[in-house]
Design a protein around this ligand. Structure first.
Ligand code: NAD
Ligand code: ZN
Length: 360
């Protein structure tokens, strides 16, 4: 088991990464000195596939656990579900010493985190993410939210977990497309934050494809360490944390232009990374080798790097509607080299359009 610390003063916590760590949830909670009551929040699929070891470990450590079921996927992140979940906490007698255990993908983590942040003005939450995306991205950093009918993640709170427990074995049941999508975020971390880590990924292709336990532990722990470093320097997402938006500026626009149906988030991010890599080259910021390595690694794990699924004009138009846009222009995170990033504010529209046209 690899332990990755997240140092945030009084809100510090640790991330446990390894095979079979679901059995550590109970001991970890006991170690934190939490009250005896806990709520285990998960959806039907994850609860059935991976709930048992968590239940057993909590019971074994002396906790009294209420199970709370929420819908699968984004449907969990509604006010109606949150209300049901608060009711369940109250019904089970959860108090300020109690803990919410979030077992599931990013959606369950966001909903469980949000309900924990708001119940009695905030009780503890342990994140036990079961998708690769949630393990390397959503579970660390304390962002929690539900959706508003008109905007995703609009209603939320910063609420750091008290611990994060990552079990590489739960990824075995993850559908291939979802697994690959999580790899887009992993690759993103390497490109903008750490050249050695990027090289580790290039050298781990076989293990990654096979979802080999040791490879996954090393790769996931590395990704968590990078995400933790960013969160430690910018807990409330003012400046530095934007670096994690690499590939997401174009990626979000592609998702929007294709009606959020054609690509998974990770696939859109992969296209976004390819686009932003080519854009950096077009602007004279990055050399051809830097671009080629990014595209090659994405392709090698089976992620798309061309074919936007929409016209370049439609993607450009969606870019202009980005929350960060000013006068129709968005700031871009670009990678001049593997392992480095630069925020660029004045990218000419023509350069973006030509890049998108090349990719389409
Ligand atoms: N808080 C953050 O910082 C942050 C960051 C990124 C994304 N998010 C949020 O995360 C959500 C997306 O998360 P996601 O990609 O994990 O998908 P998800 O949570 O929507 O889960 C997708 C599906 O995968 C299933 N599933 C989960 N784990 C499984 C497993 N081990 N085996 C088989 N099936 C499994 C679930 O039942 C669900 O149906 C979005 O709502 C997004 O806004 C939050
Ligand atoms: Zn993302």
């Amino acid at each position: 088991v690899i332990v990755v610390p997240v140092n945030l003063g009084p809100r510090s916590y640790r991330v446990l990464v390894g095979a079979g760590t679901l059995a550590q949830v109970g001991p970890e909670l006991a170690r934190l000195g939490a009250g005896r009551r806990a709520a285990l929040v998960s959806d039907a699929v994850v609860g059935a596939a991976h709930g048992e070891p968590v239940r057993a470990s909590l019971a074994g450590a002396g906790f009294e656990v209420a199970e709370v079921r929420v819908p699968e996927g984004e449907a969990a992140k509604t006010l109606a579900t949150a209300e049901r979940v608060w009711d369940a906490y109250l019904g089970h007698g959860l108090d300020r010493t109690s803990t919410v255990v979030a077992l599931g993908g990013g959606a369950v983590g966001d909903l469980a985190g949000f309900t924990a942040a708001t119940y009695m003005r905030g009780i503890g939450v342990i994140q036990v993410p079961t998708t690769l995306l949630a393990q390397v991205d959503a579970s660390i950093g304390g962002k929690t939210a539900i959706d508003h009918p008109r905007a995703k993640n609009l209603i939320g709170a910063f609420h750091q977990p008290r611990a994060v427990v990552l079990d590489t074995q739960v990824l075995r049941t993850l559908p291939e497309r979802q697994y690959r999508s999580g790899l887009a975020e992993v690759i993103k971390h390497g490109i903008v934050l750490d050249a050695d880590y990027f090289a580790l990924l290039e050298g781990s292709l076989g293990g990654l494809r096979a979802r080999d336990g040791e490879t996954l532990t090393r790769v996931i722990a590395g990704s968590c360490r990078l995400k933790a470093q960013v969160v430690e320097q910018d807990e409330r997402e003012s400046e530095l944390r934007h670096v994690l938006n690499y590939g997401h500026t174009v990626g979000h626009a592609v998702e929007a232009a294709t009606g959020f149906a054609r690509f998974t988030h990770g696939e859109a991010v992969s296209l976004g990374i390819a686009a932003e890599a080519h854009l950096a080259r077009r602007l004279g910021l990055a050399g051809p080798d830097t671009v080629a390595r990014q595209v090659r690694l994405l392709e090698a794990v089976g992620l798309p790097v061309r074919g936007l699924g929409a016209s370049p004009e439609a993607v450009l138009e969606a870019l202009g509607r980005d929350k960060k846009a000013r006068d129709g222009r968005v700031p871009f995170v670009l990678a001049p080299e593997i392992g480095r990033f630069r925020l660029v504010f004045d990218v000419p529209r023509a350069a973006v359009l030509e890049t998108l046209a090349d990719l389409g």
